[in-house]
Design a protein around this ligand. Structure first.
Ligand code: DAH
Length: 340
């Protein structure tokens, strides 16, 4: 019995001295393992008188359990020390509150473009993309521009060489579509355009347009009017109506400019519509028959309408933005105001 007590004391002393988990593990094997000192004592039980055996066995088991507890407690303490040491060595303070994630948001023009896309796709138009660096052929020639048209002057247009321009509008996608497809189709595009402008509050060399057109049997101005009305109501609300006035564009006949009744004052007159009750949005008309014929489309059978408008115009009136340059400057103080 004394031997048991002495052994536990000795083991306890050593356990509390153990300074690493590895040393502790070795110690556990040395005392409690199959060839350990406690196991050796257990074997001694055979040499005892029968009446002493139970008490000895019990004392030995209790002592083993006590030692196991002591070892476990020491192991927990060493683990904790280890962790504290590791944390102290790490450069970060893991208890510090985190920085809030900054979620991005679409650019105000992307938000407007997304709404336009949703409205036109909802009306059955297919979206395609065509190049910003465009052939003069598609940007002007195919669209019926006479060679002396002022838009073709390099005062107004960025020429890259004799055959290439930065597209001045999105309408040139028409020639690309006519070249590859046969009617019927309803199709649109949206993207950047460029003009040789001195930049100020109301002019920019880079801006965005949408262009849409539809060619089928029996398409008329009435379809154009109906489509533009549905588009305008999807964009600006159910009470908006569309007004046409005659206008000239080389690629449509007849051509019109179109305006919507001001959605902010319902046509009463306000600062946004400059008291007129109307907001001009873009140009439209019936695709010029000469263009259809140039692409071998039978004009006895097919007619088409087309319309185009500026994207910037929409957030400009919705948010009363008074400086076009803000759209291209990536100033977060401006952009963060437009939560989608
Ligand atoms: N491309 C013209 C512009 O930039 C706008 C336009 C007018 C587009 C009439 C059209 C249209 O599709 O039919 O001023």
């Amino acid at each position: 019995m004394n031997q048991i007590e002495t052994l536990v004391r000795k083991a306890e002393g050593e356990v509390n001295e153990a300074s690493t988990l590895k040393a502790l593990q070795e110690m556990q094997v040395r005392y409690l393992g199959r060839h350990g000192e406690f196991t050796a004592l257990l074997r001694a039980i055979g040499g005892l008188p029968a009446e002493e055996k139970p008490a000895f066995g019990k004392a030995l088991n209790e002592a083993k359990a006590r030692l196991e507890n002591i070892i476990e407690a020491r192991r927990a303490a060493l683990r904790k020390e280890d962790e504290t040491r590791r944390h102290a060595a790490e450069p970060q303070d893991l208890t510090m509150p985190g920085r809030r994630m900054r979620a991005g948001l679409p650019h105000v023009l992307s938000q407007a473009a997304d709404r336009i896309k949703a409205a036109l796709i909802g009306l059955g138009f297919e979206l395609i993309e065509t190049p910003e660096l465009e052939l003069v052929k598609y940007n002007f020639t195919a669209l019926n521009y006479p060679p002396d048209h002022p838009a073709m002057d390099d005062q107004d247009t960025f020429y890259v060489d004799d055959d290439h321009v930065m597209r001045t509008h999105t309408t040139p996608f028409q020639g690309r579509v006519f070249e590859e497809r046969r009617p019927p189709f309803r199709i649109f595009t949206i993207g950047r355009c460029f003009r040789n402008e001195a930049v100020d509050r109301t002019h920019h060399h880079t801006f965005h347009q949408v262009d849409a057109f539809m060619v089928d049997e029996g398409v008329s101005m009435a379809h154009l009017r109906g489509t533009l009305g549905a588009f305008a109501r999807a964009m600006f609300g159910p009470s908006v109506t569309v007004r046409f006035r005659p206008d000239y564009f080389p690629f449509v006949e007849p051509g019109v400019d179109f305006a919507i009744s001001c959605p902010f004052c319902e046509g009463e007159g306000c600062v946004v519509c400059k008291r007129s009750g109307w907001i001009e949005l873009g140009g439209a008309g019936m695709v010029h028959p000469d263009i259809l014929e140039n692409y071998d489309i039978d004009t006895d059978r097919y007619t088409g309408f087309a319309f185009g408008l500026g994207v910037e115009r929409i957030p400009i009136m919705r948010y009363r933005i008074d400086d076009l340059r803000l759209f291209m400057e990536n100033d977060l103080r401006f952009l963060e105001q437009f939560q989608a």
